[in-house]
Design a protein around this ligand. Structure first.
Ligand SMILES: Cc1cc2nc3c(=O)[nH]c(=O)nc-3n(C[C@H](O)[C@H](O)[C@H](O)COP(=O)(O)OP(=O)(O)OC[C@H]3O[C@@H](n4cnc5c(N)ncnc54)[C@H](O)[C@@H]3O)c2cc1C
Length: 487
């Protein structure tokens, strides 16, 4: 029986598990979360407001399918390696995963070692908040964190919350905040009307499914009297001890603030969301090809979600930011393929159709809301870029000539607990811009993603020294014996 390991139990990982089980594989699922569901399904049992929690029925189906799998929740996978070739006459594992199971900062976590013939990487994404002067003040959160608190715990990050950034994700966040009792003082979308029209207006019939969702959010904003502004962003957060207000300004097409348009909005919380950054560490550790374009860097996969490493598949936000429906479809394809089902098998057909439709949706998303290079104009030299190590923009610009892989040691940016997950893309953009300005050319990279920038001169990205999950030295010596399939 093919042993399939699935790293991540969000929509992509759960759909992969369901498909691999249906195809007869022995499935092991690992996720560091306390329970399956990923970023999308966070509701507590009993707290299922249908306006905030979508697709709960589908989640319940996926959860029941998991009964046939070995599931490790609270399992921080810190290493993924190619497996040893098997003994003569035996099947060798294609991959070996090592995890520490237990509370993240607990002292005695259990060592779990999973050996598998195929792996599906479904590690999802982090939400991205670009640095802004004042963003380290208490009361500033990412839009994803505000959403998670509202959905999981029914609490709001503030009494008067300003939501800002780019992308349709700001809409459910504003709705959830209003539903848990916050006054949302505005949603500020950085993209201007031209970019939004370019992304969303062509071939409107392709958006039929999504139009209903959009209308529902528009209705919610109207009901809660939440102003929605386009071509507008927070350029400074105000306050001494905590957030007391925010300066918003109109932005040009490249997201540069337009002089003279600033105004102050009183609020006690700011939720920032400028998109998502895929969690690539596992794919990079295994040597899977990761490619960059205007949207950032993602794991390269073929039509069957297969990466460039044998028997390693990837699905969901690690392969492109397309939302939960895309993750579900990709997960199903990856699960079937990892279990040995042929690409032309009819069980894949429905998922392939949805996946292709959602890929078109992802391209629209990027055209309409993709990060524009002018955002760096709202930073001043003292703006903290790396929050863990308190590294300001000035320090990064001063060392911009240092190769990116050495930047952590040169500036300490990215050396802290988050290992550049929060600041990595911003550091790359600042370095790219500083190098371009030193060379007297415009920064070629149009997004925060450094790898697409000729100003980098072939420099590798900031994320090439991955640490999958924080792990204690004592945990490194855990068991070498595979633990999957023991029960
Ligand atoms: C904070 C946040 C909130 C979001 N809220 C919403 C929302 O309300 N509505 C919406 O439409 N979209 C939301 N999104 C977007 C959402 O991520 C996708 O639409 C969808 O969840 C993607 O599914 P996925 O399976 O690819 O990834 P995810 O749902 O992110 O699942 C990935 C899983 O991998 C696990 N994982 C990653 N690395 C490791 C490791 N080393 N060891 C063990 N486990 C690991 C994570 O714990 C996670 O459970 C949110 C995103 C973020 C970042």
């Amino acid at each position: 029986m093919t042993r399939v390991a699935i790293l991540g139990a969000g929509p992509a990982g759960l759909a992969a598990a369901e498909a691999a089980l249906a195809a007869g594989a022995q499935v092991t699922v690992l996720d560091e979360g306390a329970r399956p569901g990923g970023q999308f399904w966070r509701h507590r049992p009993g707290l299922t407001d249908p306006r905030m929690q979508h697709g709960v029925r589908r989640f319940e189906q996926l959860q029941s399918a998991l009964a046939g799998a070995e599931v490790h929740s609270g399992a921080a996978v810190w290493s993924v390696e190619p497996g040893e070739p098997g003994e003569p006459g035996e099947v060798g594992g294609a991959v070996v995963l090592r995890a520490a199971v237990g509370p993240a900062d607990g002292a005695r976590r259990e060592a779990v070692v999973v050996e598998a013939d195929a792996l599906v990487i479904a590690t999802g994404a982090h939400d991205l908040a670009l640095p802004i002067p004042g963003w380290t003040l208490p009361g500033v959160t990412t839009a994803g964190a505000a959403q998670a608190l509202a959905k999981r715990d029914g609490v709001s990050v503030g009494r008067r919350t300003l939501v800002a950034g780019a992308g349709p994700f700001l809409l459910p966040v504003a709705q959830s905040l209003a539903l848990v009792g916050s006054t949302v003082v505005g949603v500020h979308e950085a993209s201007r009307i031209g970019a939004l029209a370019g992304g969303w207006l062509p071939k409107p019939w392709q958006l039929l499914g999504k139009a209903g969702e959009l209308a529902q959010y528009a209705g919610a904003l109207a009901r809660h009297r939440i102003p929605y502004r386009v071509g507008s962003g927070v350029v400074r957060v105000l306050g001494d001890e905590r957030v007391e207000g925010a300066v918003v300004a109109q932005l040009d097409a490249d997201w540069r603030p337009r002089p003279g348009t600033e105004r102050v909005i009183e609020c006690d919380a700011v939720a920032l969301g400028h998109g998502f950054v895929p969690r690539l560490e596992a794919a990079i550790m295994l040597g899977c090809e990761v490619a960059g374009d205007r949207r950032g860097r993602f794991v390269v996969v073929d039509d069957g979600q297969r990466t460039t490493r044998p028997q390693v598949f990837a699905a969901g936000e690690v392969t492109g930011i397309g939302g939960a429906d895309a993750a579900l479809a990709e997960g199903a394809i990856a699960g079937y393929r990892a279990a040995g089902v042929a690409q032309d098998d009819q069980r894949l057909h429905a998922a392939l159709r949805v996946r292709d439709r959602m890929r078109r949706f992802a391209r629209r998303l990027e055209t309409a809301h993709g990060i524009r290079p002018g955002w760096t104009a709202w930073l001043d030299d003292d703006t903290i870029v790396c929050r863990c190590e308190a590294v300001a923009k000035r320090a990064i610009v001063e060392r911009a000539e240092v190769p990116l892989r050495a930047m952590r040691l040169a500036t300490r940016a990215g050396l802290g607990p988050c290992q550049a997950r929060t600041c990595g893309r911003a550091v790359e953009a600042i370095v790219s811009e500083a190098r371009a300005s030193a060379a007297g050319v415009a920064a070629a990279g149009e997004t925060v993603d450094g790898s697409s920038s000729s100003a980098q001169g072939g420099d590798v990205g900031f994320d090439r020294r991955p640490l999958l999950a924080p792990v204690r030295l004592g945990e490194l010596g855990g068991s070498d014996r595979p633990t999957n399939g023991e029960n």
